[in-house]
Design a binder for this molecule. Sequence first.
Ligand SMILES: CC(C)(COP(=O)(O)OP(=O)(O)OC[C@H]1O[C@@H](n2cnc3c(N)ncnc32)[C@H](O)[C@@H]1OP(=O)(O)O)[C@@H](O)C(=O)NCCC(=O)NCCS
Length: 212
Amino acid sequence: MAGSMLVLPSYRPPRLTDMTSPSGRGRAVNLTTHRLSLRELSSADLPALSMILTDPIAMAAYEGAFSAGEVMEWLERQQERYARDGFGLWAVTLRETDEMIGQCGITVQRIDDGEVIEVGYLFQRAQWHRGYALEAASACRDWAFSTLAIDDLYAKVRSTNVASMNVAIRLGMTVRRTFTTRYRGVDMPHLAFSLSRSQWERRARATPTIDV
Ligand SMILES: CC(C)(COP(=O)(O)OP(=O)(O)OC[C@H]1O[C@@H](n2cnc3c(N)ncnc32)[C@H](O)[C@@H]1OP(=O)(O)O)[C@@H](O)C(=O)NCCC(=O)NCCS
């Protein structure tokens, strides 16, 4: 129709807010999206964290449910990451109720012999298929490129994890290579998804309106 405009759903970066860390370590990351807040995990999150990490279905890509000890180690690993790197997997809460429904964040990971910066995501099964992983991971992706001097952001996805692949694809990522990782005594074929800074910039600049 000449002269009329079709408005496509527009890309909107999330609102990013720095807050002073309760630990006094400097500034803790706090991200806000339309429905979600992301903040550092603390021991108060252990019950919600256990609900995710002890669920054998949610943990299929990690070769099964974690024990209580493994849940505690997981939390401690994130807290070490906050202190060392300034980022890690963060708690995702619903803004409306403050309920913690998942984890999403940025971590340093190994792929073969190299280190990469990865976006990771794990949500309570009751909350799947509501767009929360994509919403939270988009905020983390934008935080990573806005804050860190990285050329590429990765997602390591086990070759059987279709849900995770689809999140990576919807983040704008494509498969760069395959690799195998050994975890809990099992060799796991993986796909290395990634998005480059120039792809991210093009995506963020994309004009959401077209003439038809
Ligand atoms: C992977 C995971 C985080 C997805 O969470 P989610 O909140 O359900 O994902 P979203 O609702 O944001 O969906 C994002 C996209 O993935 C797709 N998707 C989600 N779950 C899917 C599934 N089981 N199979 C196929 N596609 C799926 C959605 O359709 C959506 O794509 P679309 O917008 O084109 O329709 C969730 O399944 C999970 O926590 N899994 C267990 C932990 C895990 O494996 N994490 C990844 C480790 S690499």
